[in-house]
Design a protein. Structure first.
Length: 210
């Protein structure tokens, strides 16, 4: 019986064989949907097998279709074993271009949490736009705050739909807002802390967006 280290080494060898069949520079883990860089990951026996119906109609036979999984998923699955069949495209290619795009843009939990908090924050920002506090900062500030709130909400909707433009637009919006806060003497560490977390997860997942 092969040791865990031998199993891991064999699964990596099989993954390298797979990478030689494709020009892609990254793949999505079939277990957690995280990005796997080229020449990384482990080619393992699939968790999903048999014939499955597609939302777009028809069916798909996943028999003999391996799973390419990341290091974390391999380590967490004691039953993971190297795929020993003929090299076939993993799940993303088997689904075809249309469905692979849907799989690529599947929203990770971190983005979902960020968007939900963003929607709540947008709702709470509305009263602040019309508050005396906002007017005391200058006649320009309530319109500016309204614009930033509307743009932030649009970005949250875009991130919810896994759109690249939302990640880049939000990053630019935060940069502009930091400049304004510094210029008015209102900047503090909390002004960048939460936006920085949003930017980190948004840009981390931008390769999975459309």
């Amino acid at each position: 019986m092969a040791s865990r280290e031998q199993t891991k080494r064999r699964a990596r060898e099989r993954a390298l064989e797979f990478w030689r069949t494709t020009s892609q520079n990254e793949w999505l883990c079939n277990r957690c949907n995280d990005s796997i860089p080229r020449d990384e990951g482990y080619l393992c026996s699939p968790q999903i097998t048999g014939v499955h119906s597609l939302d777009t109609g028809g069916s798909l036979d996943l028999s003999g279709c391996p799973d390419l999984i990341c290091d974390a998923c391999f380590e967490s699955d004691a039953e993971a074993s190297p795929f020993e069949g003929a090299i076939r495209p993993p799940l993303q290619d088997a689904l075809g271009q249309h469905d692979a795009g849907a799989l690529k843009s599947k929203r990770p939990t971190s983005i979902t949490v960020i968007c939900v908090l963003g929607f709540i924050g947008a709702a709470f920002s509305i009263p602040l736009i019309f508050s005396d506090v906002a007017r005391q900062l200058g006649s320009w500030y309530p319109p500016f705050l309204g614009l930033m709130s509307a743009l932030g909400l649009a970005c949250m909707i875009g991130l919810w739909k896994m759109k690249k433009w939302a990640a880049y637009t939000y990053t630019g919006m935060v940069a502009l807002n930091q400049i304004v806060l510094l210029a008015t003497g209102l900047w503090n560490i909390f002004a960048i802390l939460l936006p920085a977390i949003v930017i980190f997860f948004a840009l981390r997942n931008v390769s999975r967006m459309t």
